[in-house]
Design a binder for this molecule. Structure first.
Ligand code: MN
Length: 135
């Protein structure tokens, strides 16, 4: 397992509490944001290793947050896994088009969450290593 800091962007307090519970039990450091603008601020300030991004947020959507982070030179390398309710055909494509690295439909199974977190942290770590070894 990789020790990492994960930002959970989720407006539902109960879902946020569950995410925190699972992630900290797996040994991750957990940061939280309950709306999109807070997510942008916390990301810029804390530089998390991965973001779990609820798509439906009270202010700007999780996809808008993702697009803004993707437009930033310093923040675009942070992997974002979208979490979306009422999964519909096209959701996955919309999330990936916005710049998310992965996508999970709610309700999210614990095992799927862990798999996604590990996969995207691992990929990001490999990318960073490649970037530091190529001149
Ligand atoms: Mn929500």
């Amino acid at each position: 397992m990789i020790t990492a800091t994960i930002l959970c962007v989720e407006d539902n307090p109960q879902s946020r509490r569950l995410l925190r519970k699972f992630l900290s039990a797996w040994g991750y450091q957990v940061l939280e944001a309950s709306d999109g603008l807070t997510a942008l601020t916390v990301t810029a300030r804390e530089m998390p290793d991965l973001i779990l991004m609820d798509v439906n947020l009270p202010d700007i959507s999780g996809l808008d947050v993702t697009r803004r982070l993707q437009a930033s030179r310093t923040l675009s390398s942070i992997p974002i896994v979208a979490l979306t309710a009422n999964a519909m055909i096209g959701d996955r494509e919309a999330c990936l088009a916005a710049g998310c690295s992965g996508y999970l439909a709610k309700p999210v199974l614990k095992s799927d969450l862990l798999d996604a977190v590990e996969l995207h942290l691992e990929r990001a770590a490999q990318r960073n290593q490649q970037n530091s070894t190529s001149v």
